[in-house]
Design a protein around this ligand. Sequence first.
Ligand code: ADP
Length: 259
Amino acid sequence: YFERVLAIELMAYAEDCWLLQVADITQTDRLDSMRRDFVANVSHELRTPLTVLSGFVETLQEMEVDAEARQRYVHIMGEQSQRMQSIVEDLLRLSSIESAPPPPDQPVDMARLIDKLHRDAEALSGGRHRIVLDSEGQGNLLGSESELVSALANLVSNAVRYTPSGGTITLIWRVSAAGAEFAVQDTGIGIEPEHIPRLTERFYRVDRGRSRSAGGTGLGLAIAKHCLSRHQATLEITSTPGAGSRFAANFPAGRVTGG
Ligand code: ADP
């Protein structure tokens, strides 16, 4: 069956003459409801840390607490304000990518970019994982370095955050006549198939508690997908629950330059 939203208006046009106007507002209605959901999500995400923060402020104002408790409370307050800052920064990043036109294309030195991602992964992991680099073929990408870093660094940091200690994270870079692929393969917790199509939705998380304790905002993959689609790249996600995941960004040949 069809599920459309129609706006129907009956107007007196002239004497004995009526005008029936039927407009298909399905798309507008859908956008409106997405916008409402988004505002509700943002409010909810910010309200949680705010409630914790204001609770501790009140406690510190109204109760006598010893130095040790005070230190603990201040630490939690610091974490919560850091959390709000990450959410706001990610929201601003998302809105700037959505509203601004794509920056002019530049050749992006991929060897340098991947080396930086490798070092960032090592730093984030702090020696808890084996980080492997697997690169084949020569070539660079045409695009925006800052947007590519945003997208690819998110895939790398997710792999580190969702892989228990002792796991392996492989950064893969392949260039061929068909295009280029940057993939991150991990031996982490994996994802049940029903979640995969929704991962790039804003604020969608498989396990809210785990994402929060790993410092996530639920916006990383939404930002990554947006940055990638500005480069005509697709994000392919494959995963085996309990065994690991692979997030691959596939760039068309037209985005590959030099060698
Ligand atoms: P978050 O800030 O929560 O990590 P993202 O948008 O980056 O938000 O990712 C959305 C969700 O996708 C995560 O909360 C997590 O459930 C899942 N996810 C992302 N990357 C991985 C991965 N490498 N392994 C397992 N789950 C992942």
